[in-house]
Ligand binder design. Structure first.
Ligand code: PGA
Length: 266
């Protein structure tokens, strides 16, 4: 896992937006895996800034979001469809038919989950998957205890996740109890993964993810198995990492190598 520690959240936002833009500039018909929550909003804003400067277009992109609540209508202000429309899709030249979110069909949940997986396959798989992380170590809504081999399915949300997300609703009672989420195995099939974590409240989940043993109890630890996973952190989120100095040194060397064409060609 490539661990990049930046000074502030605004640095994480900027770097993440640039990585997303670079992906699309290099492969205009990229398949992007997208995330909701408060963390990626700054990255989306940076991406939109680059779009408004005329340096990137989403016309040929296909997107798949990680998850969606079960039981909220798509136009509900807290549905993830609505979130994506507000923060990204509605502000740029995305082709609406190419922007996918799990669509929980309560009457046929298994079928709608299988169909989502099939759509990702038909699109050729995800090139770059963006992730946030829960304070309980979840990625997407793969809560602690999720099988590391899981695929898109319905999960019950933990009390900790419902409490964390209550800030977006009038009260905790309104936070849905179920969600449809890509599984851990679905996420691991993405060619590249970019996890963002900022703020002191993510520090212990980040430490467990990067330095703890791989375990279903901390689903994000599965990213240790991925060959191209990068985690962008601000200093507060990196605070509990034991090998912080080492990651900073490695990152310095990595960037030197990337800037040195000659070395890259050997
Ligand atoms: P947050 O949520 O970005 O709102 O902190 C992240 C997550 O639960 O994956």
């Amino acid at each position: 896992m490539r661990v990049v520690i930046l000074d502030e959240k605004s640095d994480v936002d900027r770097r993440a937006g640039q990585i997303l833009a670079q992906q699309i500039q290099t492969v205009p018909d990229s398949v992007l895996g997208l995330a909701t929550g408060s963390t990626p909003v700054g990255a989306y804003n940076e991406l939109l800034r680059i779009y408004e400067a005329g340096e990137v277009s989403f016309r040929d992109c296909t997107t798949f979001n990680l998850d969606e609540y079960v039981g909220l209508p798509p136009d509900h202000v807290q549905s993830y469809r609505h979130f994506m429309q507000e923060h990204l899709f509605g502000k740029a030249d995305f082709e609406p038919t190419q922007c996918h979110l799990p669509c929980p069909n309560i009457a046929q949940l298994d079928e709608s989950c299988e169909e989502y997986e099939a759509r990702i396959d038909e699109a050729g798989g995800i090139d770059l998957q963006l992730l946030g992380i829960g304070t309980d170590g979840h990625i997407a809504f793969n809560e602690p205890g999720s099988s590391l081999a899981s695929r898109t399915r319905v999960k019950a949300l933990t009390q900790q996740t419902r409490t964390d997300n209550a800030r977006f609703f009038e009260s905790i009672d309104e936070v849905p109890k179920l969600a449809v989420t890509m599984g851990i195995a679905t996420i691991l099939e993405a060619e590249k993964i970019l996890l963002l974590a900022t703020g002191e409240n993510k520090a212990s989940a980040v430490r467990d993810t990067v330095e703890g043993p791989i375990s279903a109890s901390v689903p994000a630890t599965a990213l240790q198995l991925h060959p191209k996973a990068t985690i962008l952190l601000d200093k507060p989120a990196a605070r509990l990492l034991a090998r912080k100095d080492y990651y900073e040194q490695v990152e310095f060397i990595q960037r030197e190598l990337e800037q040195n064409d000659a070395l890259n060609h050997h």
